[in-house]
Design a protein around this ligand. Structure first.
Ligand SMILES: NC(=O)C1=CN([C@@H]2O[C@H](COP(=O)(O)OP(=O)(O)OC[C@H]3O[C@@H](n4cnc5c(N)ncnc54)[C@H](O)[C@@H]3O)[C@@H](O)[C@H]2O)C=CC1
Ligand SMILES: O=C([O-])CC(=O)C(=O)O
Length: 329
C-alpha cells in the first residue's frame, strides 16, 4: 500500500541548517524509510532564488521518498496542511543589537508563523523551533496558535543532549550508545544544565562512574553549554550539520518513540513539573510514545542540580517577561 505523503514545512530553507537538513528529510531520516514526504520551503523573498537552487538539487538526488517540493515566501501558504513544521529561519543577533532588539525582531517572525500554523496546519501538526532564541521563539509562536494544543510546540535542545552524550562517552571511553538518560534542563543557551546525576553509563549511574566532580562541574558542563560558541570560533560559522542532525533526531524520536529504559531532552511547555513555572517552554527529560511526549516524573533533584535548573529557568522567565513587555505573548 502506498502511504499518503507527510507534508513537512521547513523555514529558513536556504540557510546553512536548511541545506544540511532538507536532504536528510528527503532521504527518509526524519520519519522513517517507508514514509514519503512532501517538502514545503519557506524563505524571505530575497532568499527564494537560493531555495530554488536547493530544490533543483533535491530533484537531482531522485529520492524515492520525495513526492514534491514547493517554495513559498508567504507563511500562510507554506504551513497550509502541514504535518511537521521545522522553524529554522530566525533573525540572528547582529552588531549593536541588544537582547530586547533580538527578541523583538524574532517576534516579527514567530508571531505571524504561529498565526499561520493556527490558521491552516493539519490537525496533527508537530512543531519544532530551532531558530534562536529557540525556547522563547517557540513560546511566541505557541501563544499565537490558540487552536493548536500547546504540547505540539517544542524547541530544540537535542543538539545539547547529543553534545553531552559525546562528551561523556569520550570521558568514560565507551560508545555513545552506552549513555542513557542524559538530560538537558532549561534554556538552549549558556545557562542550560546538562545533568549527569540521573544519566547512566552502561547501566550504572554516570556521575558515580565518572567519579570526577571537578571534571563534571568545570569541564563537562561548560563544554556542553558553550559548545555553540566554540564551533563558531573554530568554523567561523555556527553549527549547521550537527544542528540539522539533532533536528532529525528530535522529530524522529517524537514520532517513533524513545527506547525502553531511556529518555531524551526536549524543550516543551511546562506543566509545573520540577518547579518550572507553568507555560514556559523549558527543556526536560521526556519519554515519547505514539507521537506524544511525557515529562519523566519523580527524579530526585539535589541542591546542586536545583541551583542550576533554577538559574536557567530564571533566564527563561526573564525572556518571557521581555516579550510580554513587547506585547508578543
Ligand atoms: N536550537 C539549536 O540547537 C540551534 C539553533 N540554531 C539557530 O538556527 C537558526 C538558523 O541557523 P542557520 O541556518 O545557521 O542560519 P542562516 O542565517 O544560515 O539561515 C537562516 C535562514 O532563515 C531565513 N529566514 C529569515 N527570516 C525568515 C522568515 N521570516 N521566514 C523564513 N525564513 C527566514 C534567512 O533568509 C536564511 O536563509 C539560527 O537562529 C541559529 O542561531 C543553530 C544551531 C543550533
Ligand atoms: O549559538 C548559535 O548561534 C548556534 C547554537 O545555538 C548552537 O550551536 O547551539
Amino acid at each position: 500500500m502506498t502511504r499518503t505523503p507527510v507534508t513537512v514545512t521547513v523555514t529558513g530553507a536556504a540557510g546553512q541548517i536548511g541545506y544540511a537538513l532538507l536532504f536528510r528529510i528527503a532521504s527518509g531520516a526524519l520519519l522513517g524509510p517507508d514514509v514519503p514526504v512532501k517538502l514545503r520551503l519557506l524563505e524571505i523573498p530575497q532568499a527564494v532564488k537560493a531555495a530554488e537552487g536547493t530544490a533543483m538539487e533535491l530533484d537531482d538526488c531522485a529520492f524515492p521518498l520525495l513526492s514534491g517540493v514547493e517554495i513559498f515566501d508567504d507563511a500562510k501558504k507554506a504551513f497550509a496542511g502541514t504535518n511537521v513544521a521545522l522553524l529554522v529561519g530566525a533573525r540572528p543577533r547582529t552588531k549593536g543589537m541588544e537582547r530586547g532588539d533580538l527578541l523583538e525582531a524574532n517576534g516579527g517572525i514567530f508571531k505571524p508563523q504561529g498565526e499561520a500554523i493556527n490558521a491552516g496546519a493539519a490537525d496533527d501538526v508537530k512543531i519544532l523551533v530551532v531558530g534562536n532564541p529557540a525556547n522563547t521563539n517557540a513560546l511566541i509562536a505557541q501563544q499565537h496558535a490558540p487552536d493548536v494544543p500547546a504540547e505540539r510546540f517544542t524547541a530544540m535542545t537535542r543538539l545539547d543532549h547529543n553534545r553531552a552524550i559525546a562528551q561523556v562517552a569520550k570521558k568514560a571511553g565507551v560508545a555513545v550508545t552506552d549513555i542513557k538518560k542524559l538530560t538537558i534542563w532549561g534554556n538552549h543557551s549558556a545557562t542550560q544544565y546538562p545533568d549527569l546525576f540521573h544519566a547512566e553509563i552502561a547501566g550504572k549511574n554516570a556521575a558515580e562512574t565518572v567519579n570526577d566532580r571537578d571534571w563534571l562541574e568545570n569541564d563537562f558542563i561548560p563544554t556542553v553549554a558553550k559548545r555553540g560558541a566554540a564551533i563558531i570560533e573554530a568554523r567561523g560559522a555556527s553549527s549547521a550539520a550537527s544542528a540539522a542532525s539533532a533536528a532529525i533526531d528530535h522529530v524522529h524520536t517524537w514520532v517513533n518513540g524513545t527506547a525502553d529504559g531511556d529518555w531524551t531532552s526536549m524543550a516543551v511547555v511546562s506543566d509545573g513539573s520540577y518547579g518550572v513555572p507553568e507555560g514556559l517552554i523549558s527543556s526536560f527529560p521526556v519519554t515519547t510514545k505514539d507521537g506524544k511526549w511525557e515529562i519523566v516524573q519523580g527524579l530526585e533533584i539535589d541542591e546542586f542540580s536545583r541551583g542550576r535548573i533554577d538559574a536557567s529557568v530564571a533566564e527563561l522567565s526573564e525572556e518571557r517577561d521581555a516579550v510580554r513587555k513587547l506585547g508578543l505573548v
